[in-house]
Design a protein around this ligand. Structure first.
Ligand code: GTP
Ligand code: MG
Length: 191
């Protein structure tokens, strides 16, 4: 598999219709979206990561070959230390990305395995349901959780998402969940 950064989008004006299927990586700031992308692609420096929230500032389109689809690394939500003007621009770009995008075939919802469901996570779930885009819930940083914490968080998400949901445990550090997530991504692209 080869993966390359094809487009970087900061503003509404830069948005264009992209016909190839897209799968978004969405979640709170610092949850590990960019790390997950790097882990999935075996490329430590493909996407920039940081221990400081707010690292990813643009929509980054990574083309996956073979397969001819995009993984789109998004800026995190819930990071308040940004000027309001910038947050509004971000909100408009994200809204456009989610609601005017016929090529969006799935949303990988990246969640912190150590935390109960957060308000903004629930808002994103509601948004994905409103636009009928399939959700792949992923509980990341699993290497930092013991079995008891995992069970509690998994159960809390099943309560939110319904009994058919089975959030996938993942770790960019131990690479737990990587093969299964690739399977689920390919299933979405082929659906
Ligand atoms: P923004 O772009 O700011 O929204 O953040 P992000 O969601 O892309 O997070 P990023 O990948 O930059 O990672 C944030 C921090 O979490 C970094 O310090 C990573 O090393 C760490 N991290 C990410 N995934 C894991 C994981 O699975 N396990 C552990 N232990 N640390 C992780
Ligand atoms: Mg990032």
């Amino acid at each position: 598999t080869t993966v390359s950064l094809e487009k970087t989008i900061y503003t509404l004006g830069q948005m264009e219709k992209i016909p190839e299927p897209q799968i978004a990586l969405a979640g709170r700031s610092n949850v590990g979206k960019s790390s997950l992308l790097n882990c999935m692609t075996n490329r430590k420096k493909l996407a920039k990561i940081s221990s400081v929230p707010g690292k990813t500032r643009s929509l980054n389109y990574y083309l996956v070959q073979p397969g001819n689809f995009y993984l789109v690394d998004l800026p995190g939500y819930g990071y308040a230390k940004r000027p309001k003007s910038e947050r509004n621009v971000w909100g408009n770009v994200m809204e456009h990305f989610f609601t005017r995008n016929k090529s969006l075939v799935g949303l990988i919802l990246i969640l912190d395995c150590r935390l109960p469901p957060q308000t903004m996570d629930m808002e994103l779930v509601a948004m994905a349901q409103a636009i009928s885009v399939p959700l792949l819930p992923v509980l990341t940083k699993a290497d930092k959780c013991n079995q008891r914490e995992r069970t509690v968080t998994h159960r809390a998400w099943v309560d939110v998402l319904g009994p058919d949901a089975d959030p996938l445990f993942f770790s960019s550090k131990s690479r737990q969940g990587r093969a299964q997530l690739w399977n689920e991504i390919h299933n979405l692209v082929q659906a």
